[in-house]
Ligand binder design. Structure first.
Ligand code: MEV
Length: 309
């Protein structure tokens, strides 16, 4: 009777923001941080939502969960669902931290609703509905989050052109550092658009440089060149800073991680808060970085870059 849907988080290795303007980006799925949605029938007049952030009738969802509410309403119309139901969302992904929580939730809800309605789900429909809820939240998403939370592999992505899954096997670790500060991808994307319109001579070359860094990242990954990858991270972080995507708290965390041995540290995702990724050449250094940032960060994950296939 129940419907189940499972997806996972994501991080953007390189190319965030520039990807909105047609530059390439590379992402990694966080397969160890799942989002699971379960749908069960209930004997009440209004369907209910149960999550870390809200419990109650779906119609009373707070504004931050509008994307989820509107997606569930759309799917209820599009699918042959006659009963009221409870949507239970279980996820360890922090929200508004650039780890793909909104896309993972949208995708897991879509899978669970199709499963509940006993309707087979095509991949193109899964991406369509995931992007639908992303658009409500972020306005003009590139689509990269929707693709990555539904992929088992790293992705090389160019908006509306290329979605290329690939394998990665690097003897290195990413330390994912949650700054504890809410990001706001929609606002960051909007402000960058205004900056680009007002000062294209500054912004356009920087977006192109971020695109070049994605190409260099692809080469560094192919050549197992961790040191260069760290330098690329740092160059990207400096550009994101110039584009007003970073802030003083994040800059401080970047310095702390680098002093503890990271080869480079950058924002991942929308920025202005959210998460950073620090590149560590060994697990011991990843643990040192974790310790060094622990008093400034809310939570830290260590993600191996080996055997991502
Ligand atoms: C958000 O995870 C990544 C951004 O590039 C926005 C997008 O691609 O839609 C900031």
């Amino acid at each position: 009777m129940a419907g189940i849907g499972q997806t996972h988080g994501k991080i953007i290795l390189i190319g965030e923001h520039a990807v909105v303007y047609g530059q390439p980006a590379i992402t990694i799925p966080l397969l160890d941080i799942p989002t699971i949605v379960k749908i069960t029938p209930i004997d009440e007049s209004i369907s209910q939502l149960s999550s870390r952030y809200f419990e109650g009738p779906i119609t009373n969802c707070p504004p931050e969960l509008a994307g989820i509410r509107i997606l569930i309403e759309l799917l209820t119309k599009d699918l042959p669902i006659a009963t009221t139901f409870k949507v239970a969302i279980n996820s360890d992904l922090p929200i508004e931290r650039g780890m793909g929580s909104s896309a993972a939730t949208g995708a897991a809800i879509t899978k669970a609703m199709f499963d509940y309605a006993k309707v087979p789900l095509e991949y193109s429909e899964l991406i369509h509905y995931t992007n639908f809820s992303e658009k409500i939240i972020h306005g003009t998403p590139s689509g990269i989050d929707a693709i990555t939370v539904n992929s088992q592999q790293p992705i090389y992505f160019i908006k509306n052109k290329i979605t290329q899954p690939f394998s990665m096997n690097l003897a290195a670790y990413l330390v994912i550092i949650d700054s504890g500060i809410k990001g706001n991808t929609g606002a960051a994307v909007h402000d960058l658009r205004v900056f680009k319109q007002q000062q294209p001579q500054i912004v356009n070359p920087l977006l192109e440089q971020l695109g070049d860094l994605t190409q260099q990242t692809q080469q560094a990954i192919a050549q197992h060149d961790i040191k260069t990858l760290g330098q690329i991270f740092q160059t990207a972080q400096n550009i994101l800073q110039t584009l007003n995507i970073s802030n003083a708290n994040l800059d401080k965390l970047v310095s702390t991680a680098n002093l503890a041995g990271a080869l480079g540290t950058k924002i991942t995702g929308g920025g202005r808060g959210g998460c950073l990724i620090a590149l560590a050449p060994t697990k011991t250094i990843a643990q040192k970085i974790t310790q060094a940032v622990s008093s400034q960060a809310q939570k830290v994950w260590i993600q191996s870059l080996a055997n991502l296939k």
